[in-house]
Design a binder for this molecule. Structure first.
Ligand code: IPE
Ligand code: IPE
Ligand code: MG
Ligand code: MG
Length: 325
């Protein structure tokens, strides 16, 4: 598998310019805000969304425009904001190998910081009169909130259906990735049909992305900088467990359900569930489905196989499904 450095080759300069945009878009004169901004900049993520915006612009328009930078900045701001909120919701201790904002500054501060970044992002689009971008991204953020709420609603019952799982992950994750690929095309004035194809590429890749994120929760050796097993602790039933539960009965199944219902799960509880999922082939199944979504994603850009950016997008897709972080 090619690494992120390879994928960044055709957009190296763009990404370093993006860093300046991103810093500027977050800066504030308010002391406490600035403190948190510095903390966030220190613990930056993989920046896969900006990469996807730039690669999509180059694929469909041959170049990156000013509008692509605004799109990348807005989307990374939204992503950062929703992660801060998500970590409050999930009661997560670590993100990107650092303590989460709410663990350091209290949940109320983290909620407000997330709001601040959301607003800064939207203003970025308004300041550049990129109203179509504004429409694409606010639509995505609306769906992300719905997805997160739907997940909370469904976590009350333990027999969540696969169909519901896909609805949740499409909304909470895939829609923003689809916004990256679509906005990348829109930023270079690609036609409507092209923008729609790119969107579908992103949407399906985004589903694969979240399935992988859920698989990494089962991987003790992952390098995500998040605490493994947190989904199980927070009673978040994801694809591997849905499959394992569906294909089990009797004592085994009842035991797992009773562990899941416990409020405070021990490390041993978590391990028992992980072993159950392994034994019932839940991980293999989720991997199979993930790869199907990746292939489906690539089918939407199959018309570009001769484009010089195409190999980087296939490498990007392979990274999504093969990553350890
Ligand atoms: C994490 O996304 C949130 C999900 C949608 C699963 P990333 O894995 O892209 O997060 P960072 O930005 O690299 O930390
Ligand atoms: C992340 O959801 C997607 C968002 C809406 C931010 P998760 O809760 O599954 O992702 P991680 O594992 O915390 O990154
Ligand atoms: Mg969550
Ligand atoms: Mg989370």
């Amino acid at each position: 598998m090619k690494d992120l450095n390879y994928i960044k080759t055709p957009i190296k300069e763009e990404l370093s310019r993006f860093d300046k945009y991103f810093r500027k878009a977050m800066s504030s004169d308010v002391f406490m805000l600035n403190l948190m901004v510095r903390y966030l900049l220190k613990s930056k993520g993989k920046q896969m969304r900006p990469m996807l915006v730039f690669l999509s612009s180059k694929l469909t328009g041959g170049e990156v425009t000013e509008a692509s930078y605004v799109a990348a900045t807005l989307i990374e701001l939204m992503h950062t904001a929703t992660l801060i909120h998500d970590d409050v919701v999930d009661n997560a201790d670590y993100r990107r190998g650092f303590l989460t904002l709410h663990k350091i500054w209290k949940p109320k501060v983290a909620v407000l910081m997330g709001d601040y970044l959301l607003a800064r992002g939207l203003l970025e689009a308004v300041a550049h009169s990129q109203y179509q971008l504004l429409e694409i991204v606010s639509g995505a953020v609306k769906e992300m909130s719905e997805g997160e709420l739907l997940q909370i609603e469904k976590s009350k019952k333990l027999d969540i259906k696969e169909e519901t799982y896909f609805e949740i992950i499409t909304k909470k994750t895939a829609v923003l990735i689809a916004a990256c690929t679509k906005a990348g095309a829109v930023a270079v004035s690609a036609g409507e049909e092209v923008a729609e194809q790119l969107k579908l590429f992103g949407l399906n890749l985004g589903i694969a992305f979240q399935i992988k994120d859920d698989l990494l929760d089962y991987d003790e050796r992952s390098k995500t900088g998040k605490l493994f097993g947190n989904d199980i602790r927070e009673r978040k039933i994801t694809l591997p467990l849905i499959y394992a539960l569906k294909n089990s009965e009797g004592r085994d199944r009842r035991k797992v359900l009773s562990i899941l219902r416990k409020k405070n799960k021990t490390d041993d509880d978590v391990r028992q569930i992980i072993n159950f999922v392994r034994k019932r082939n839940g991980l293999e199944y989720a991997e199979k489905v993930m790869n199907e979504y990746k292939d489906k994603a690539l089918s939407y850009i199959a018309g570009y196989t001769n484009n010089e950016i195409y190999p980087y997008l296939t490498a990007f897709s392979d990274f999504v499904t093969g990553r350890k972080k």
